[in-house]
Design a protein. Structure first.
Lengths: 858, 234
């Protein structure tokens, strides 16, 4: 009996065990309670909104990546009305690769910002100021425009300042009137633009009407395949948000590329993308760059092929006159080692890269050296040990970085534009920018895959090209209010080569305040306005004496409270677009955008506004025959011409019907572009030796110079400035967004950041209220100390600096979210006396961070 | 239906918060976000980036404790929330070890990620994953994401969070340092429970092997006992 039972039990147990295993192998859960329902039944499985259309667009005015995306339009579940809801990527776009950023999304919601300006405003109270009631009356925009034009006509051209970036319409307008154009992009792109003009390409060139394309650069960078990068302050917080670049940096990281970062701030970019990081002393990046040149030259580790064929490295320079030696028809001369004489560089038999020579030219015996020889001599004393003492970067590290950089060439790159250390942050930034251009040349990474990519084989012409002026433009003012005439190097480019050249916001406030050169200021600065100006209190004071101040803007913001008229501008999504892919120009590519909606108020587009002013004030330049007859307005259909010439569509409308996208994915031809647009002939080259600097008493090759001044007493904290990843300048499109305000506050980006050790020495604790002030020696007029709260953070990796976030600090009461939110960094940066400025900087740029402040508990 | 998970590689995150804003636009919850109530949010802390979002636990405490079953665990991964059923008792707020549900005092409802359940059926990734400019966020089948997480953690010597915390989740976080150091809540690890424990290449065969060995041992013991009994009888 027992035996029978145990057999049965054994069998039973085996059966149970097998059943258990079988059960375990099925999907049936043991203990988890999972609701089982048909998919789509649960409310969170249903679409939150219904899409009605997708409108292709190209981002503008958020940054210069100009990502292409679709604006998703649908039915808002809250209201039942159709509106733009969000964005969707366009994966075919080589810049964004289907990505977009928080700022782009912010633009979608800003179309419906209740504080958007819908009408034109005219002041009736003559007293200007943020806390003064302007006594606005509302006008029809057409009437406001006519009044503004009537008043502008009563002034001489030299009395009018157009504060605006260069664009096809503004360029035409200012040249046709003969008035000064000055813009705040000086402070972002100034040094980059001018050094590119002086070394890379003589503006204008065959690929674009202006070196100063709307994006302000001549190139993009091939982060994806670059093997070794050096970033001098390139990793600001704003870069943490740039989708059009982030996707390429991520690709580069996945491809094993290395990045060395120098920055006194440790951003999340630093944390996750830096192979090496050094907390460099602010304003000393130039020392490190010069030491890198020193090391590369000492070991002759430069890219020989590039130096010989694509640069002026072998070109002979008259040592006394500090100019390149050239043939009668303008070709650089080089020394033939084989033939022992000077020959045109492109035909030179075995050109010498170094050495001193005596050249007979036009009957004169000239002592000449090669550019590379001069570069070696100029940087001879800039050893890594020397640089280490200045910058706090270890000498060993500098040597290794120089070696590694040279070894990775031509897949070695130092990217730079906008507000990194080589942007116009310091009085020595223009030298750093020049040194960086030279380092990229030594690596041979200019116009090469894995390095700097040049725009090529595609063009969107500007108005002057499709409608050349019927007669020569009048002269520009000889005494412009921005004092650019004191800076012939950059003034020459502006007057003779590229009217879009940035200038000179670092002095225009000074000029408006100290002189009576201008009586009219017209701001075509949507979203930038007052905040674009450093030392804005100088403009505020000047505005009282200015007889006419106009702002064309999306919002009534702080600037508006100092204006006589404010005219509403359309939102960028309410305009058609056509754009090149400048941030990643590996392939010729054009993308287009269509308006998402009609502007809801009485807005006027800039093209229409400029045309009206032009026809009224300079009719000969705005009509096809110079007659001034409005029926013969000049054509301005740049988009139509661009696509037709490219052979991709009959018109811009046709291009959009076909999807608004064209790309020619042919292989990038290394060094082909520089041959076509560079300096020298018959083949163009990169020009490392800038003789234009020598003409104004500065060194034609970069040499060391310290910052504007040293610390003085309590004014010992170097001012560092960045932007939150979700803000663009002081643009209310973002800063008046309640969600973005919350994101800013939660990430402490409305506070002043300081290292905890430095804070402890000052007796500061987290959240303390402080006041930042300038040394009156350097902020002589209208100082305006700033009140803020501090945030103690190890992300500030040095004890001698503080970090401020740009763009907050609006005071305009009508901006319900932005008003009284934060401090104003620009108020701490002085406008510069031109007489002082030109001793330091022949480009005349703004030096936006060359300031030391005191910080005290309130 | 397949099960899904999100993998967050913190070493590619830059704190841009594009994920946060895309989520807001997808679910139209601007009002709540402007009050600081986010379904997902990246906090830039000194030692790293804390991306606060629902972990979609394998055995969610919120689901277990919700008195009205407003929170439910789907078959495919996300913990879903039915606002109509919610009575605003905030039990989920109290019991969630990751401090995820955020209570909106004005509407008396919570704010919480749904892993974009509405997009999954259309073969679309969650909106945050789709927009992430660096690819820090990835989305895929649960097993594949789990495997990728463990493989990447091993290869790149990264720390893995969300794998065993609270018995396992559908969100795996990879970071250079322990994410608790820069803001992620410290949550006790427990062996993966239920189906998750059985899932995977080794899970079922291992259990089967265990069962076979177990029964074999038991059978051998029975045989020994029977043999002894026989001997005693003799």
């Amino acid at each position: 009996m027992e035996e029978k039972f145990s057999m049965k039990r054994r069998s039973f147990l085996k059966l149970a065990g097998a059943a258990g295993v079988a059960t375990a192998m099925t999907a049936f859960p043991f203990r988890n309670m999972r609701a089982a329902w048909a998919f789509g039944d649960h409310p969170q499985e249903q679409l939150p909104y219904r899409i009605t259309k997708r409108v292709p667009q190209v981002c503008a005015r958020a940054c210069e990546a100009d990502c292409a995306y679709n604006v998703v339009v649908g039915v808002d579940p809250a209201t039942g009305l159709e509106r733009a809801l969000t964005l969707e990527g366009r994966p075919e776009d080589p810049v964004s690769n289907g990505k977009f950023c928080i700022k782009g999304m912010g633009f979608v919601d800003s179309m419906y910002d209740p504080d958007r300006l819908m009408v034109s405003l005219k002041r009736t109270n003559k007293t200007k100021g943020t806390d003064v009631d302007p006594g606005w009356i509302i006008m029809k925009t057409e009437d406001a425009v006519n009044e503004i034009i009537a008043r502008m006509k009563t002034y001489k051209p030299e009395e009018i300042l157009m504060a605006s970036p260069g664009d096809p319409y503004t360029n035409r307008l200012c040249q046709s009137i003969g008035c000064t154009r000055s813009d705040q992009r000086t402070e972002c792109f100034g040094t980059h633009y001018y050094i590119n003009c002086l070394t890379l390409t003589n503006p204008p060139n065959k690929f674009y009407s202006s070196c100063y394309t709307p994006s302000h650069h001549v190139c993009g960078y091939d982060y994806d395949t670059c093997k070794y990068q050096v970033w001098f302050g390139f990793d600001s917080f704003s870069k943490c948000g740039k989708a059009g670049m982030l996707n390429h940096w991520a690709a580069g990281k996945r491809n094993g590329g290395k990045i060395v970062m120098f920055n006194p701030v440790r951003t999340p970019m630093t944390d996750n993308f830096a192979s090496e990081y050094y907390a460099i002393k602010p304003g000393t990046d130039l020392a490190v760059a010069l030491a890198m040149i020193n090391q590369i030259m000492a070991g002759k580790k430069y890219n020989k092929e590039f130096m010989t064929k694509y640069s002026d490295g072998a070109a002979l320079v008259d040592v006394e006159k500090q100019t390149h030696l050239k043939t009668a028809d303008g070709m650089f001369l080089a020394w033939s080692v084989k033939n022992k004489k000077a020959e045109p560089i492109d035909e030179c038999d075995d050109p010498a890269l170094d050495g001193s020579y005596t050249v007979t030219l036009d009957g004169r015996q000239i002592k000449a050296k090669t550019v590379l020889q001069l570069l070696a001599e100029a940087t001879k004393t800039y050893t890594p040990q020397w640089a280490a003492k200045i910058s706090d970067v270890p000498a060993k590290a500098i040597s290794k970085i120089a070696r590694d950089f040279a070894a990775a060439a031509p897949y070695a790159l130092i990217p730079t534009y906008k507000r990194d250390a080589a942007g116009p942050n310091y009085a020595n930034s223009w030298r750093l920018r020049h040194a960086i251009q030279i380092l990229n040349s030594l690596a041979g990474s200019i116009d090469h895959e894995g390095g700097m990519l040049l725009l090529h084989d595609v063009k969107i012409p500007w108005i002057d090209e499709i409608s050349p002026p019927a007669l020569p433009y009048p002269e520009q003012p000889s005494q412009p209010v921005d004092f650019r005439n004191e800076f012939p190097v950059t003034d020459d480019i502006y007057r003779k080569k590229d009217f879009s050249a940035p200038g000179h916001y670092g002095m225009v406030g000074w000029g408006l305040y100290k002189t009576n050169r201008a009586k009219v200021a017209f701001f075509r600065n949507p979203h930038r306005g007052l905040f674009a100006m450093i030392h804005s209190q100088m403009f505020e004071a000047a505005s009282q004496k200015l007889e006419l101040v106009v702002d064309w803007n999306l919002y009534l913001d702080d600037l508006g409270y100092f204006c006589d008229y404010v005219v509403p501008a359309p939102h960028q999504f309410e305009e058609g677009k056509m754009d090149l892919r400048l941030y990643y120009p590996k392939y010729p590519c054009i993308v287009g955008g269509s308006p998402v909606q009609k502007s809801p108020g009485d807005q006027i587009g800039w093209g229409g506004f400029a045309m009206k002013i032009g026809l009224a004030m300079a009719p000969k330049y705005w009509t096809t025959d110079g007659s001034g007859n409005p029926a013969k307005k000049i054509p301005t259909n740049m988009g139509d011409v661009a696509v037709k010439k490219a052979g991709i569509a009959d018109s811009a409308a046709d291009f959009m019907k076909k999807g608004g996208f064209w790309i020619d994915k042919k292989a990038y031809q290394n060094y082909k572009q520089i041959e076509q647009i560079g300096y020298g002939k018959p083949r163009g080259r990169v020009k490392m030796y800038i003789n234009e600097f020598a003409e104004v008493g500065h060194s034609p090759l970069p040499v060391w110079h310290a910052r504007w001044h040293e610390t003085t007493g309590d004014y010992k904290f170097s001012l560092l400035i960045t932007r939150a990843p979700w803000h663009m300048h002081a643009d209310p499109n973002f800063i008046n967004n309640p969600v973005l305000k919350e994101v800013t506050v939660r990430n402490y980006m409305d506070t002043v950041w300081i290292n905890p050790e430095a804070a402890a020495k000052l007796g500061l604790k987290e959240g303390d209220a402080v006041i930042l002030a300038n040394d009156p020696t350097y902020m002589k007029d209208l100082p305006r100390p700033q009140k803020a709260k501090v945030h103690l953070t190890k992300r500030i990796t040095r004890n001698d600096c503080v970090l401020l976030f740009h763009g907050i600090g609006h005071r305009a009461k009508n901006l319900k979210v932005a008003a009284n939110f934060g401090y104003r960094d620009g108020d701490l940066i002085p406008q510069k006396d031109p007489a002082m400025l030109k001793k330091f900087d022949p480009t005349g740029m703004g030096w936006v961070e060359d300031v030391f402040v005191s910080i005290k508990k309130m | 239906m397949k099960r899904y998970a999100i993998l967050l590689d913190d070493t590619f995150c830059t704190g841009c918060n594009s994920c946060a804003y895309r989520c807001i636009q997808e679910f139209r919850y601007h009002d709540q976000a402007s009050k600081g109530l986010f379904r997902t949010f990246v906090q830039i802390n000194d030692d790293g980036l804390y991306q606060k979002r629902c972990m979609h636990c394998l055995e969610p405490d919120c689901v277990e404790n919700c008195p009205v079953k407003a929170l439910t665990k789907s078959e495919y991964g996300p913990v879903l929330y039915d606002a109509k059923k919610c009575i605003g008792c905030q039990t989920c707020v109290r019991v969630c070890k990751f401090h995820v549900p955020q209570f909106d005092a004005d509407t008396k409802k919570i704010v919480k990620c749904s892993m974009c359940a509405h997009r999954i059926n259309d073969d679309k990734k969650p909106a945050c994953v789709e927009i992430c400019p660096t690819g820090a966020l990835q989305f895929g089948e649960y097993e594949a994401m789990k495997k990728l997480a463990t493989k990447t953690a091993k290869e790149k010597k990264l720390k893995l969070y969300g794998y065993e915390e609270n018995g396992g989740t559908h969100l795996f976080v990879l970071a250079k340092e322990d994410p608790v150091k820069f803001g992620y809540p410290k949550v006790a690890k427990k062996a993966l429970k239920g189906k998750a424990a059985l899932d995977g290449e080794l899970g079922v065969p291992a259990l089967a092997a265990l069962a076979v060995v177990g029964f074999k041992k038991y059978s051998e013991r029975r045989t020994r006992l029977e043999t002894r009994t026989e001997k005693e009888k003799k």
